[in-house]
Design a protein around this ligand. Sequence first.
Ligand SMILES: Nc1ncnc2c1ncn2[C@@H]1O[C@H](COP(=O)(O)OP(=O)(O)O)[C@@H](O)[C@H]1O
Ligand SMILES: [Mg+2]
Length: 327
Amino acid sequence: MALNETLHKLDTIAHSHGTVAVLGSMNADYTVTTPRLPGPGETVTGGPLTILPGGKSGNQAAAAALLGARVQMLGAVGSDSNAHFLLDKLQSAGVDTSAVLKTNGPSGTTVITVDAHGENTIVYSPGSNATVSPDYVAAHKRVIEQASALGLCLESPIEAVTAAARIAHAAGTRVLLNDSPFSATLPPELIKNSDILLVNEHETAQLLGIDEPEDDDWHALDWGRLQEKFHHFGFDEAIVTLGAHGSIVLDRTSEEPIVSIRPVSVDAVDTTGCGDAYMGTILAGLASHLTLVESARLASYVSAYAATGHGAQASYGTTSQIQALFV
Ligand SMILES: Nc1ncnc2c1ncn2[C@@H]1O[C@H](COP(=O)(O)OP(=O)(O)O)[C@@H](O)[C@H]1O
Ligand SMILES: [Mg+2]
C-alpha cells in the first residue's frame, strides 16, 4: 500500500538535512516496577532494574536525529559510566555530541518506581545538567546561530536556557520552548526571545489558569479564548498536546489560527517520552522548512510510534520504521 501524504513528508525531513540544536538535559532513567509504591520508611521488593537513556532534551534530540535531521546536542554529562552510556545512545541515534561538556561528578539521573497500576514516583537528580551555564552557552554561540531551530526545556538552569534563546533570536534561529517541567513564571526575556511554546494539556491548564474539563473533552474548550490567553502570556504560536486525544496547533498569525491534529491510533504500551518525540519532530520539521501544522501532523505519527514501545528514546523509530508501521 502507498504511504499517505503525511507519512510521505517524513522523507522531506530525511532529505533536507535541516540543522537543529537542542540545549538541555540528559538523564539515565533508573526504573523499578513494584506491586505498590513504598511509603515513608518502608522497603518493598521490586522487579529487575532497567536503566534507559532519557532526559527531555536528549530525547528530543534523538527523535529529531532519527528522522534524519542534523542535530547538535548542547548540555553536560558527568564523569561516571552513565556519561558514556548517554553519549553512546545519542550518537547511535545520529546526534552530534561533540559540543557536550564533560564535568566531574554524576550525570543527570532519575529514580523511578512504577506500581502495578502504572502509578509512579520520580526523583530527579540533575547532576551534571545543573552545571550548564550562560558561559558554556556563550562558548557555543555558533552552534545555535547556525541551526534553523533550537529546542529548549526547563530541566537546565534557567539562566542558561534564557541565554540560548537570546542568541538564537538575534540570529533568526526559531526557538521552540517546552515549559516542562512546568513553571508558571518564566523570565520575560525568555518569553520575548522564544517563538513557539509547546505544552501538554495539564501544563496549559496551570499556565492559563483554566479548569481541566471534567469529561476530559479538551477539544470542546474555547480554543479562541485560550489562544488570546497564550497571546497575553507572550506567544502567538503554541502547540498543546492532548495525550491520546491528539494535539492543537495555535498560530495567531496564520489564516487558519486553530488547527486540531488527529491522534494516530496505536496499541499503546508505554507513553513515556511521547511528548519529547513530538517536540523532536517539530524541531526537525521546522529545520526542513515545513509549516507548524505540517510538522505537527508528522509529530502525531512519530509520537504514536513511541507509544508502542517501552522507555523514552528506546521507543523511538527511524523514518523507515515509522512508515512501515503505518502503511
Ligand atoms: N496513547 C496514545 N496513542 C497515540 N498517540 C499518543 C498517545 N499518547 C500520546 N500520544 C501522542 O503523543 C503526543 C504527546 O503526548 P502527551 O501525553 O500530550 O505529552 P506529554 O508526554 O508531554 O504529557 C500527543 O499529542 C499524541 O500525538
Ligand atoms: Mg501526557
